[in-house]
Ligand binder design. Structure first.
Ligand SMILES: Cc1ncc(COP(=O)(O)O)c(C=O)c1O
Length: 391
């Protein structure tokens, strides 16, 4: 380290730059929550700023399942899954997820971020060519930068993807079912054609589709009428529609065994608590059953109502073309977004305020997430408020 190096000065300069670009993040602290309401600083807000799409995170069913799990298994697992952290609850959850995805084997992770890091690093270690949609999640982008070489195709641009595959057959193609910041769907039909034509493999991160899309909530592929067998590797999070935490990767037995034996995020991390795995079994059965179907129908109706009102009120901002719960309203500049977002919060609504680098420069946006816990009045009040504030 040179004599002139000052950590404090460097940090201050970096923070100053972040502040000047209007991108400084401050944490909000939630005191209490229900399905659609959040209490902060003594005030309740209608929450349109999360990924609890089915409203299950604070549901009594979820609390009951967690309590039962604690009674059965206690609190922490106390060890990595490869030591003594893998319990009967994990094993049953894995079996359930195999049934749902139609895959031979499943591996569980503490977070979707860790699951994606493991996936990408496996691809690198196996010396595969990696091909990613440009807009895939940071957890994949971060890991891929350690690859000696990789390719990215323009978002959902299948012509571009094919051009790259012509040069790199046998690639691992990474995409998302529902893109997290735009809410649009991947062109899975075309990607399954391409992966067959170019002897490649399709790896789907369905963090925002699992539980939300498809008649049984199995995700984007089910919604688009694509058989699970067309997807080589399926990754889903358990932290969004499932309302709890964790993630899974489903694939053939050898692939999963390879991850169990080499995935550093898996091997060198304490296994997720068994009581969460137990609660997830109950929640996933609920989601894939009739109750889940009803929640999805209501969610769909709320999303349609939001889009209809946004258009009827002729709100002066661009609403991206999304049929999912994620409804992005593009504001543009960071400062403008923060001003709009502050006014919305003052009126009692919370909407995600997403700025670069999470989204491209000049496309700072409100990321409004409609959930099954919202009702008509919530949507009507939110859209009226957006009209008052944005014009
Ligand atoms: C597409 C996508 N994949 C992975 C993740 C990471 O999942 P987790 O929040 O469980 O770490 C996210 C998180 O928001 C995501 O949006």
């Amino acid at each position: 380290m040179s004599d002139s190096f000052s950590l404090t000065t460097n940090i201050r300069e970096k923070l100053q730059r972040i502040s000047e670009s209007g991108a400084f993040r401050k944490l909000l602290t939630v005191d209490e929550r229900t399905g659609s309401r959040i209490k902060m600083g003594g005030r309740w807000y209608v929450n349109f700023a999360g990924n609890d799409y089915l409203g299950l995170a604070a549901a009594p069913e979820t609390a009951r399942a967690l309590n039962e799990g604690i009674r059965l298994y206690g609190a922490g697992t106390g060890a990595s899954a490869v030591v003594t952290g893998h319990t009967r609850a994990h094993s049953e959850l894995e079996e359930l997820l195999c049934d749902i995805t139609g895959k031979e084997a499943v591996i569980l992770f503490n977070t979707g971020f860790a699951a994606n890091q493991t996936l990408i690093k496996a691809g690198i270690n196996l010396k595969a060519n990696l091909l990613l949609d440009r807009l895939v999640h940071a957890s994949m982008q971060d890991a891929v930068f350690s690859a000696p070489e990789f390719q990215r195709f323009r978002h959902n641009d299948m012509v571009h993807a094919e051009k790259i595959l012509e040069k790199h057959p046998g690639s691992l193609i990474f995409t998302e079912g529902v893109f997290s910041m735009d809410g649009d769907l991947s062109d899975l039909k075309k990607l399954t054609e391409l992966k067959k034509r170019y002897n490649s493999y399709l790896i789907l991160d369905d963090a925002h589709g699992f539980g939300v899309l498809g008649e049984r909530g199995c995700g984007t592929a089910e919604h688009l009428g694509i058989s699970g067998t067309e997807i080589d590797v399926f990754m889903g999070t358990l932290s969004k529609a499932c309302g709890l935490s964790g993630a899974f990767i489903a694939a053939d037995r050898d692939f999963i065994d390879y991850l169990i034996n080499t995935g550093r995020e898996y091997i060198y991390s304490t296994a997720a608590p068994s009581f969460i795995a137990h609660a997830l079994i109950k929640t996933i059965k609920y989601i894939t059953g009739n109750e889940g179907r009803e929640l999805r129908h209501h969610l769909h109706a709320m999303t349609e109502l939001f889009r209809k009102r946004f258009s009827e009120l002729d709100i002066n901002a661009s609403l991206l073309n999304s049929e999912t719960s994620i409804q992005p309203v593009i504001i543009g500049a960071n400062e403008e977004l923060m001003s709009v977002s502050g006014k919305i919060t003052d009126k009692g609504f919370l909407c995600g305020a997403i700025r670069p680098p999470t989204v491209p420069q000049g496309t700072a946006r409100l990321r409004i997430t409609v959930t099954a816990a919202h009702n008509d009045t919530d949507i009507i009040n939110l859209t009226d408020t957006l009209k008052d504030i944005i014009g």
